[in-house]
Design a protein around this ligand. Structure first.
Ligand code: NDP
Length: 453
């Protein structure tokens, strides 16, 4: 019999923690999970899920406009009710919370409601209870971070913005990453006057340059007010809202300021620094490919270790972690190189592999194939929205090393293309694939002439 109360004690019931707990339990391990907030973590409660629901809501706005060219007459100007969206969203998340609870129960995992602290290499404390475990998995995720400036206390973060009491007629978001472009698009689509303030010359640093420029053009056309090379100097409360002074001298009056300036590992008070668990310069926990920290019985995954802060990455890390620690056969380390991602700004971005700029650095010669076109739907809708598709090919091997799209349902399209890029298929193999007509996605197999080399 084991000398410990549990084989695995998981701290945090987010995507990664729950997946690791269930999978380890299915492999025969005795598992407990401690969670002091909501089941499902950031993704389910204040991230991917509510964001996508709000993004759907925002897209309706354009759909109503688009419908007219197809012969539809709307009986009256459609009206948006924020409380309905918000409360329906709350109901759906409650349902998902329940599913997560039942999944753990069904897997025979003990769920403890409380904040756990790690008190030893094999010991945690939750409330008054001391529990021992052969391995402890820290899967507590990240937490939004806001810079300090005069009036920064008036900003909201992405945990708070979903449940606003009243709809902001004037909305401003600070930042140029995923959350900033997504929320600028969402509130714009829902009918707010929407502003995005970013300190650099162009948002979405690290993405393909052409994708960034195209997105700027399309978001601008949809009415988002983009303020680049600017930061917030101060925020003052005024009678009808918040007065935001920018470093470029501009001044904007809005109802809500969202700070989307990144997330940090949520490790405070966990006891890890007292135990001397090693962190990296960026504050994330250092782990090896078995997800072991500097104290090998303490494991970590998800947003608190290096790598993209994405739910599917945490899920895959959980599967690998369990295979390493509870599986019968050795597993390869997780491949982080071909992780596709989507940004749900309007229009959406989907991307996998290298940007054109990164590919030029990696390879002696590349070929770039691109198409910038008006989707068929908009020939009748009257919308000016355009779509960008782009393939980056290593000239020597002919392998497609990057695929990018900005346009409707780009995430859905790129998910399929990601399999081909992950498999290392060549441009010739893309060309052999017969397209599906009429779709936008067929462009990915019909682009024959390089745009540039
Ligand atoms: P990001 O790290 O993506 O972006 C943070 C932004 O804030 C950057 O533009 C950064 O600028 C800017 N910034 C940082 N510090 C300051 C400062 N002091 N003053 C002004 N601006 C500043 O973080 P997000 O908060 O947008 O999202 C967190 C993570 O969550 C993402 O990286 C992503 O991994 C994940 N996420 C994924 C989504 C998806 O898959 N669709 C959706 C939402 C989030 P600079 O670029 O100059 O450093």
């Amino acid at each position: 019999m084991s000398q410990f109360d549990y084989d695995l004690f998981v701290i945090g019931a987010g995507s990664g923690g729950v997946r690791a707990a269930r999978t380890a339990a299915a492999s025969g391990a005795k598992v407990a999970v401690a969670e002091d907030r909501y089941l499902g973590g950031t993704c389910v409660n204040v991230g991917c899920v509510p964001k996508k629901l709000y993004s759907y809501a925002a897209h309706f706005h354009e759909s109503f406009d688009d419908a007219v060219g197809f012969g539809w007459t709307l009986p009256a100007a459609p009206e948006f009710n924020w409380a309905t969206l918000r409360d329906n969203k709350i109901g759906e998340i409650k349902r998902l919370n329940g599913i997560y609870g039942r999944l753990l129960e069904g897997a025979n995992v003990r769920l403890i409601n409380g904040r756990a602290t790690v008190t030893g290499a094999h010991e945690v404390q939750v409330g008054n209870e001391r529990i021992t475990a052969e391995k402890i998995l820290v899967a507590v995720g990240g937490w939004p971070w806001t810079p300090e400036f005069p009036g920064s206390e008036y900003t909201l973060n992405s945990n708070q913005v979903f449940d606003l009491e009243t709809f902001p007629q004037r909305f401003l978001v600070l930042g140029g990453g995923y959350i900033a472009v997504e929320f600028a698009s969402i509130f714009n689509g829902l009918g707010s006057e929407s502003h995005l303030v970013y300190r650099g010359d162009l948002f979405l640093r690290g993405f393909d340059q052409e994708v960034r420029e195209f997105t700027r053009q399309e978001m601008g056309k949809k009415g988002v007010n983009l303020h680049f090379e600017a930061n917030i100097e101060r925020i003052d409360k005024v009678e009808n809202g918040l007065n935001v002074t920018l470093t470029n001298g501009e001044s904007l009056e809005v109802d809500v300021v969202l700070s989307a300036t990144g997330r940090r590992p949520h490790l405070e008070g966990l006891g890890l620094s007292t135990l001397g668990v090693a962190t990296q310069e960026n504050g994330k926990l250092a782990v090896n490919e078995r997800f072991e920290t500097s104290i090998p019985s303490i494991l970590a995954l998800g947003d608190i270790i290096d790598g993209p802060e994405l739910t599917p990455v945490a899920l895959e890390e959980a599967m690998h972690l369990v295979a390493h620690h509870y599986g019968d056969t050795p597993v390869e380390p997780l491949d982080y190189a071909h992780i596709a991602t989507a940004v749900f700004c309007h229009p959406n971005i989907g991307t996998v592999g290298l940007s054109e700029e990164a590919a030029r650095e990696h390879y002696n010669a590349i070929r770039v194939y691109s198409a910038d076109f008006r989707p068929m739907k908009h020939t009748l809708s009257g919308s000016e929205e355009r779509c960008l598709m782009k393939l980056i090919v290593d000239d020597e091997s002919d392998v497609v090393v990057g695929a990018h799209m900005v346009g409707e349902e780009a995430g859905e399209v790129i998910q399929g293309i990601a399999i081909a890029v992950r498999a290392g298929l060549t441009k010739a193999q893309f060309d052999l694939t017969v397209g599906i007509h009429p779709t936008g996605a067929e462009e990915f197999v019909t682009m024959r002439t390089p745009t540039r080399c």
